[in-house]
Design a protein around this ligand. Structure first.
Ligand SMILES: [Zn+2]
Length: 307
């Protein structure tokens, strides 16, 4: 992870401001916050090649051993767990605004969300992932043929989907505003987008951010776990809502949800206090995830980038 260097001034992907404050310093990169719109992101951003390598290492579990088991429940004989429940909740929400049709999931990982979308909710599943291994797994486990490639350039016809979903994906992208504009183009008029991203205003993140900035004992451990290499943008309900609006979407709803720690390999002494803080955060409207549903208007033109 060395060699990430850039002399370019960091520029906010949401409001194009170059006024940023350094939030944390991780050595190989800084976590910065836009002074104008509060979007948090890393500087420098990795190159696309570096990003691909980071994702490969993360997927293989070399980078973050505690998430190595993350995909163990993503197979045909999956057991219901809170992650599956959250997927179903999202699909039910989607279904209240659009009849099932062609659904494109961007970054589907193992394909279990698409499997639920097609078998339980009647959607015709499509997906694109940069990782060949994901596509192989989705085909072997669920019989779903994913495209392997870059969402921003893959040659689908405009207005060819009824729904686009991006679950835990946007925080990984190098140009999230462009990815949302691309999703807008690919949606039919009246089509909907459903997103889930980590919430930068999650109670646990807010508390740990303070601890890290105070340089509490072992703060580096928390810094590296909170700001993992595959994540390059950090949203809160407000910044996600605003970026969707800039891309031309009409917001149908934004809420917060939680992560399921049972999928992580965590010692009990860490898991118990984390569960308590996550639960308190959820009650306070500061859950660990931002969930958003938005629609491409039936008639409106997409605003120009930066408008
Ligand atoms: Zn900004």
């Amino acid at each position: 992870m060395t060699g990430l260097s850039s002399t370019a001034r960091p520029r906010c992907n949401l409001c194009a401001s170059e006024r940023v404050g350094v939030y944390h310093d991780q050595g190989y990169r800084r976590v910065v916050k836009c002074r104008d719109c509060r979007l948090v992101f890393v500087d420098p951003l990795p190159t696309p090649e570096q990003k691909a390598e980071i994702e490969r290492l993360a997927y293989e579990g070399d980078l973050l051993p505690e998430v190595a088991d993350f995909f163990r429940n993503c197979h045909r004989d999956f057991k219901d767990d809170p992650v599956i429940d959250a997927f179903r909740h999202g699909l039910r929400w989607l279904g209240t605004h659009r009849k099932p049709g062609r659904l494109l999931d961007v970054g589907p990982g193992t394909g279990i969300f698409l499997h639920l979308a097609s078998t339980e909710f009647g959607w015709q599943p499509f997906g694109i992932d940069i990782c060949q291994e994901s596509a192989d797994k989705a085909l072997a486990e669920f019989g779903i043929a994913l495209q392997v490639g870059d969402f921003d350039t893959y040659p689908w016809a405009p207005a060819s989907f009824d729904a686009v979903t991006m679950l835990d994906m946007l925080e990984h992208t190098l140009d999230p505003a462009a990815s949302l504009r691309r999703a807008w183009k690919l949606l039919k008029p009246g089509g909907v987008i459903y997103l889930a991203v980590p919430n930068q205003q999650c109670l646990m993140t807010v508390l740990l951010d303070r601890y890290i900035r105070m340089r509490g004992p072992g703060y580096r451990f928390f810094l590296e776990r909170l700001y993992v290499p595959p994540h390059v943008y950090y949203f809160n309900p407000k910044t996600l809502r605003r970026m969707l609006g800039h891309a031309g979407f009409e917001i149908l709803g934004v809420s917060t949800g939680n992560v399921y720690l049972g999928r992580y390999r965590l010692p009990l002494r860490m898991r118990v206090p984390m569960e308590i803080v996550l639960h308190a955060g959820k009650l306070a409207g500061m859950g660990a995830k931002v969930l958003a549903l938005a629609r491409k208007p039936e008639t409106h033109q997409q605003p120009l980038p930066g408008a």
